[in-house]
Design a protein around this ligand. Structure first.
Ligand code: SF4
Length: 143
């Protein structure tokens, strides 16, 4: 049974990113970005809007999303270094993980995601107020 309370995390949760890159690759998903985030990446790449859209952008569930390679890797993930090539400019969706509304919705969903992310349930303790602040930063309510 899912947790009834939306604040199952009121005593805090532990998370420290280990930089393993698993959330940047693997099963197909979506890498949503806002228009402002897209413009910053485009400027960084020094390409125009058309080239940016053609090479880096697709649509997922009706919204612009960064392209994934055939193996499921984000187009900006560099396998050789296991790093994101636009790390300082990565969208909020990436920087806020795992503090997404859809993940924090229930302990079950959190633990389901933790099976893929070795940083969850480990490391730094995030208290409720900080979690709430992070959730409020999500550009997409349904993320
Ligand atoms: S899967 Fe988790 S630990 Fe690995 S890079 Fe992503 S957030 Fe960090």
């Amino acid at each position: 049974m899912p947790e009834a309370s939306p604040e199952w995390w009121s005593e805090g949760v532990r998370f420290s990113c280990l930089g393993c890159g698993r959330c940047c690759r693997g099963e197909p998903g979506a890498i949503f970005f806002t228009p402002g985030e897209g413009a910053r990446v485009r400027d960084f790449l020094r390409i125009d809007e058309d080239a940016f859209r053609q090479v880096y952008v697709t649509r997922r569930w009706g919204r612009p999303s960064f392209v994934e390679r055939r193996n499921g890797d984000c187009v900006f993930y560099e396998a050789a270094s296991a790093k994101c090539s636009i790390y300082p400019l990565r969208p909020a969706q990436c920087s806020l993980f795992p503090f997404w509304p859809s993940v924090m919705e229930s302990r079950e969903e959190w633990n389901r995601q933790a099976r893929q992310c070795p940083g969850m349930n480990e490391g730094r303790l995030y208290m409720a107020e900080e979690i709430r602040n992070l959730l409020e930063q999500s550009p997409f309510e349904d993320l």
